[in-house]
Design a protein around this ligand. Structure first.
Ligand code: T1G
Length: 687
């Protein structure tokens, strides 16, 4: 856990608790012991603290939250560091995050490697820095910089940290960081305790910050608490400020939002794990990726690899389509450069890795080929037949299909073990979620390679098995079905969308359809009208792109309720003989949100997802499910599965005779347990 090395008169203390030197009870205890020994040893004139491995420290051990924590508690340990009469210097490389940066703040000085990142991301876990960070950081860098770092939670670079006074020296990566910190500690002489630095009350800075970030502050609990703690630093003596910080932290850590956000943190990481994967499995090399189809999806997919330095061959059937696709990729990079998110040379480097071609056989040297043409099984089968002839032996053959049967696609090849699904979400270069769809014969090393590759390109991969819509589209399907039924029965698009917006979704189902295009999948026959959607399409109301769909849009695409759409809906009801009725928000919630949970449970029950937290990851990273609820399954457990069952039973008539409540949800609800334990048949009462 802790290694110590004495360099003449400077003791180097190394935090060594892989993988991120998280400050769990054992590491805190060992660090306290090392500090006390150093303080008592006359041969030691100064102390350096650094982290082993790839980073300084990833913070407090999140897995300890909610449990009785062993002493010394982190705030007390940091006070001990700061109270040392011998200078203590933090040598920061990689990342110093959360409690890790708070340890560095308790040190008297900080030396950072040029590539180091320093941050207090606790707000993203529904918390605030609970080990003195809200009191020490403002004293060191001022209220304005402290508000940005703590309330927004984004790490800063070592250079920026030096500019604002958070670090005292920045060391180039090729220079020995520990050596520089030891020399600094030897020569610095006096201690400098951050807690003793003066603090000015600067009310106007708080007002300016609150005005600039009102939406972020008003939505959740933690940002408000962060601001209150920083304000305490300007109003109270240090000791009282720390006490206030600790009481705010205690409130947050017991709150539903923090539990949900911590769950989301671990759900993302758990999703990358494949059950029963042999530890020694060899991954297949992926040096060049082929993309078939240079449309919206193909272009977005290609960018993920280009941006990670992986060469891409992109194939189209016509020059115009190919040129259009390449043009969109170039324009996307250009936009990122214009926004300052990318340097021009990075964009050029990415584009230099792109090989556009009309020759299908140019895919022969690709290690992975991703088919991204439109959703038609016959077209996909033809492509995979050709791929089987052209692709090199051992190449990974993926379809980006969003719901079609991977096993059926694989069946037209002589290598079904190399065929799988790689379902990106649009826009593919932005959305984090990728469903790695494992066919009945897909080999395990392909799944493992796909998962590792997806993480390498910055995605959140989730393993899915083959069913219609895999995990995400299947789980969300009931929302669309029930939303249209509710529309026919008397609800308005705005009412249904408002329920979803109030729940925390980025947009409601009808806003989404207007954005994506109401005409997707429309048969193009205006005479054939059997649904409200077809009625709108028949009138040319295809959504934002035609100035109107369920809503009307002005030239800036600002939406407003549409009397025209309402009239079309009313006319449809009249022709269908439907008498509209008042519909409550509660009914909309049950029929369009509870049904998502119900379908998610069916996905888990059927073995199409490995674990319920994977389904949460799909909801969070594929559909914008509000992160502060942890995802659909975690939220339902918090609400109570028995409540979900009761709601679905209350509207069983409206849901129709074909609707089935998942037995898994019934079992979990009656035995007060989690879905995974219910699936395992564990009916034990929830601990
Ligand atoms: N506690 C426990 N486990 C952690 C952890 C942490 N703080 N950080 C990471 N892990 C686990 C993670 O679950 C994974 O486990 C493995 O380490 C590798 O993580 C008092 C209250 C540091 C940038 O919010 O941002 O301090 O899946 O895959 O990509 O004020 O981990 O292997 O079993 O993410 O190299 C504040 C959270 C905590 C930082 C490294 N700190 N961590 O990224 O590895 S609260 C954070 C990260 C706090 C104090 C407050 C990243 C990373 P497994 P990884 P990575």
């Amino acid at each position: 856990m802790i290694e110590t090395v004495l360099h003449a008169d400077v003791l180097e203390i190394v935090l060594n608790s892989p993988p991120v030197n998280a400050l769990g009870g054992a590491l805190r205890r060992d660090l306290a012991v090392a500090l006390r020994v150093a303080s008592a040893d006359d041969a030691v004139r100064a102390i350096v603290i650094r982290g082993a491995g790839k980073l300084f420290c990833g913070g407090a051990d999140i897995t300890e939250f909610g449990q009785v924590r062993a002493k010394p508690l982190l705030p007390d340990l940091i006070n001990e560091i700061e109270s040392s009469v011998k200078p203590v210097v933090a040598a920061v490389h990689g990342s110093a995050l959360g409690g890790g940066l708070e340890v560095a703040l308790g040190c008297h000085y900080r030396i950072a490697a040029a590539t180091a990142k320093l941050g207090l991301p606790e707000v993203s876990l529904g918390l605030l820095p609970g080990a003195g960070g809200t009191q020490r950081l403002p004293r060191l860098v001022g209220v304005e910089a402290a508000l940005d770092m703590i309330v927004l939670g984004a790490p800063i670079s070592a250079m920026r940290a030096a500019e604002i006074g958070l670090v005292d020296e920045v060391v180039d990566d090729e220079v020995d960081l520990a050596g520089s910190a030891i020399a600094f500690a030897r020569n610095v002489g006096a201690v400098r305790r951050t807690r003793d630095l003066p603090m000015d009350a600067e009310e106007q800075l708080f007002e300016k910050f609150a005005a600039r970030h009102a939406r972020k502050i008003d939505t959740l609990d933690a940002p408000k608490a962060c601001i209150a703690a920083i304000r305490a630093a300007t109003e109270l003596p240090f000791g009282e400020g720390v006490a206030h910080e600790r009481s705010l932290f205690a409130e947050l850590v017991e709150g539903a939002q923090s539990k949900a956000l911590c769950h989301a943190f671990f759900a993302e990481r758990a999703a990358a794990k494949i059950d029963n994967l042999p530890a020694d499995i060899a991954l297949r090399p992926v040096r060049r990726v082929g993309v078939i189809g240079a449309g919206t999806m193909g272009g977005g997919i290609a960018m993920n690899f280009l941006s990670t330095g992986i060469a891409v061959t992109i194939v189209e059937t016509e020059q115009a389509a190919l040129d259009r696709g390449v043009g969109v990729i170039r324009a996307n990079y250009g936009a990122s450069v214009a926004r300052g998110r990318l340097k021009a040379e990075q964009a050029e480097a990415a584009m230099s890795l792109l090989t556009p071609t009309l020759v299908f056989e140019d895919l022969a040297d690709c290690d992975l080929v991703i088919e991204a043409v439109y959703e038609n099984m016959e077209v996909k089968k033809q492509i995979f037949c050709r791929l089987d002839q052209v692709a090199r032996p051992g190449a990974m053959l993926a379809s980006n299909t969003s719901y079609l049967d991977i096993d059926e696609i694989a069946s037209v090849t002589g290598r079904p073990q190399d065929v799988f699904g790689l379902h990106f979400f649009s826009p593919a270069n932005v959305m984090k979620l990728v469903e790695v769809v494992r066919g009945a014969q897909t080999s395990l090393d392909i799944v493992a390679t796909a998962m590792a590759l997806a993480r390498k390109v910055g995605k959140v991969p989730v393993v899915a098995r083959v069913c219609h819509g895999f995990i995400g589209n299947r789980m969300m399907h009931p929302r669309k079905v029930e939303a249209f039924k509710l529309l026919e029965e008397g609800a308005t698009p705005a009412q249904i969308d408002r329920v979803h917006l109030n729940f925390g979704m980025p947009m409601g189902p009808f806003q989404m359809m207007d954005l994506a295009g109401c005409d997707i999948g429309w048969h193009r026959d205006p005479e054939r009208v059997t649904t409200i959607l077809e009625a709108l399409c028949a009138e040319g109301r295809w959504g934002q792109k035609t100035g109107g769909g369920f809503y009307d849009y002005d030239t800036e695409r600002k939406a407003s309720p549409s009397p025209v759409a309402q009239a079309i809906i009313a006319d449809f009801r009249e022709r269908a003989g439907i008498v509209s009725r008042e519909i409550s928000d509660e009914e909309i919630t049950v029929r369009t949100i509870y049904t998502i949970v119900n379908e998610g449970a069916a996905v888990l029950e059927g073995g199409y997802a490995q674990r319920s937290s994977d389904i949460d990851a799909v909801g969070l990273y594929g559909y914008g499910w509000p992160r502060h609820t942890g995802g659909p399954m975690f939220w339902a457990e918090h609400v109570g599965f028995d409540t979900i069952v009761a709601g679905l039973e209350k509207y069983s008539e409206e849901l129709g005779p074909d609707f089935q409540i998942s037995p898994l949800i019934r079992h979990a609800g009656s035995s007060k347990t989690s879905l995974d334990r219910a699936k395992a048949g564990d009916g034990a009462c929830k601990s």
